[in-house]
Design a protein around this ligand. Structure first.
Ligand code: SF4
Ligand code: SF4
Length: 147
């Protein structure tokens, strides 16, 4: 037999539940520590292991890269394009070095594979653009983040 319990008006209109919810909201608003930051005035410090914008390391304006083609070979997204050239001292260098960031999945395999420690991923994470951008050698050489 179905027994119907008569509920009080407080339960009928969820007054107690609404009051409980409001209490939790007010408690979090007034006493809980903030978990958000006021970007862009405040910027989050990411771990050193964060992988952001690529950069090419150089010494005295000469990039470390010897155009060995290891990084475009290991890149799963095929987003690194290099054209190799030769300096007068027979050392190879990248005439063209481009990274298509829209294809990149920031896996870091290029950084791992590089024998010359030339291509690195910085902790720059502000990379939004309004049109497709392929970053070239001169641009990549300027990007260091705080690494
Ligand atoms: S981080 Fe990964 S996907 Fe991006 S360029 Fe390097 S190897 Fe390719
Ligand atoms: S692996 Fe390093 S040295 Fe080789 S082409 Fe890539 S950046 Fe240059």
């Amino acid at each position: 037999m179905l027994v119907k319990h008569k509920k009080s008006i407080w339960y009928e209109f969820y007054v107690i539940d609404i009051a409980k919810g409001l209490f939790i909201t007010m408690r979090n608003m007034l006493f809980a520590p903030n978990v958000t930051i006021e970007y862009p005035e405040v910027r989050r410090n990411y771990s050193d292991r964060f992988r952001g914008m690529h950069y090419i390391k150089s010494v005295n304006g000469v990039e470390n890269c010897t155009a060995c083609m290891l990084c475009p070979t290991v890149c799963p997204a095929e987003c690194i394009h290099i054209e190799a050239g030769e300096r007068p001292d027979k050392e190879k260098y990248p005439v063209k070095f481009e990274v298509d960031l829209l294809r990149c999945c920031f896996c870091g395999m290029c950084e791992e594979a590089c024998p010359k420690d030339a291509i690195k991923l910085s902790n720059i994470y502000e990379m939004s653009v309004s049109q497709r951008t392929v970053y070239d050698k001169s641009y990549l050489a300027e990007q260091r983040g705080n690494k």
